[in-house]
Unconditional design. Sequence first.
Length: 90
Amino acid sequence: MLSVQASSEPFKLYLLLGEPRDEALRPAYEKAVKNLRNLPVENELVFEAGATEFTNCLAEQMEEHAAEEEGTEKAAAEETVVEETVVTGW
């Protein structure tokens, strides 16, 4: 965790958690959740009950990011074509 914490890139750590089936493990699970909430990096605990909603939201964000990247690349390519046209027009 410390090597990730030192990253110069912004990030958020998502942790998917499933509750124990054996109730005897509940105290250890609750302790683990408490410890995970106090990680020294930006994080979000995603509980199993909310996993579908989380994955749908994440997929949407990834699609938006891909569209933004595609738009940026397309704009850069169009800018290059304009520059080449101007240069060759001389």
